[in-house]
Design a protein around this ligand. Sequence first.
Ligand SMILES: NC(=O)c1ccc[n+]([C@@H]2O[C@H](COP(=O)([O-])OP(=O)(O)OC[C@H]3O[C@@H](n4cnc5c(N)ncnc54)[C@H](OP(=O)(O)O)[C@@H]3O)[C@@H](O)[C@H]2O)c1
Length: 307
Amino acid sequence: MAHDEAATTPDTRIELTDGFSLSRVAHGYWRWDEWGISIDELSSLVDGVLDLGITTFDHADGYSDGRAEIAFGEAIGGRSSLRDKMEIITKSTIHYPGDGVTLKHYDTSEEHIIARAEQSLRHMQTDYIDLLLLHRPDPLMDPESTASAFAKLHAAGKVRHFGVSNYKPLEFDMLQSYSDLPLITNQIEVSVLAHENFDDRTIQHAQTRRIHPMVWSPLAGGRIFFGEDEAAVRVRAELEKVRDEIGAEAIDDVAFAWLYTHPSGLIPITGACELEFIRRPLEALRYRLSKEQWFRIWVACTGHKVP
Ligand SMILES: NC(=O)c1ccc[n+]([C@@H]2O[C@H](COP(=O)([O-])OP(=O)(O)OC[C@H]3O[C@@H](n4cnc5c(N)ncnc54)[C@H](OP(=O)(O)O)[C@@H]3O)[C@@H](O)[C@H]2O)c1
């Protein structure tokens, strides 16, 4: 199948809950240290990303030990006109060594979540976070304490919406059962080379809850281009075939189209720093794969036919 007729003018936004939408693609800051760019260059990058129509920026308190949030704040802080044009997402609850602790662990207590949200606000030089995610499930979670943090941050106007990341269905439902505020997304790993969240039904759970998952490492962190393991080599060959069939420019277009073809409304977070790469998931919005093309790529990853 070439261009999907319905997708010739692709939706550029996706609604997560009433009155709150994200751009169809988000830009993530996990690789801030790898980018090796100055604050001025980051400022230009943010402008370029916004010009493309990507308004959603994905952070976490621990990306580059906090330096990613600080750099972003320096890039946008003095430019108040930018703030209303973007959605800022950040995550917390991973407690890293060096900050009063020696072992990496999770902390979903009210005290920790509030302290980290306030730190993120200071780092990013903003008054509010659009969407705060709990970064990892916490086996020691006291959901009453976590829900209380949500309520207080929301009431203070410091955080507008909440969600989770890397949560499994039961973990999601358990937390939701304690919070009056809805969890509006689950940020999970999905790509042509990462099927775990299909296999364990996390994506089907999101569909049950009518939420759109955000997707991290949508190109498997670049492994679709450079991976030399058997699955990566097989998938790359299949992506190349489908690229030629649909008339796409590059194999990343096909990898993004594979995500868009799924009916759950997956929202990819690109981790690239080159505008030319960041543009690809937007270009790919025009494509939908046939069911057979989708399964050929699935089978190339698993290495066996479906039962
Ligand atoms: N919630 C979580 O637990 C979690 C975990 C991991 C990540 N995340 C989020 O997801 C975001 C994306 O993750 P990711 O960075 O792994 O995503 P990704 O988009 O799968 O991988 C990005 C990498 O692929 C490279 N790349 C992209 N297009 C390319 C192309 N056409 N040719 C060659 N290389 C290309 C980039 O290179 P360049 O750097 O040269 O552009 C970059 O190194 C993160 O920034 C973060 O916001 C969340």
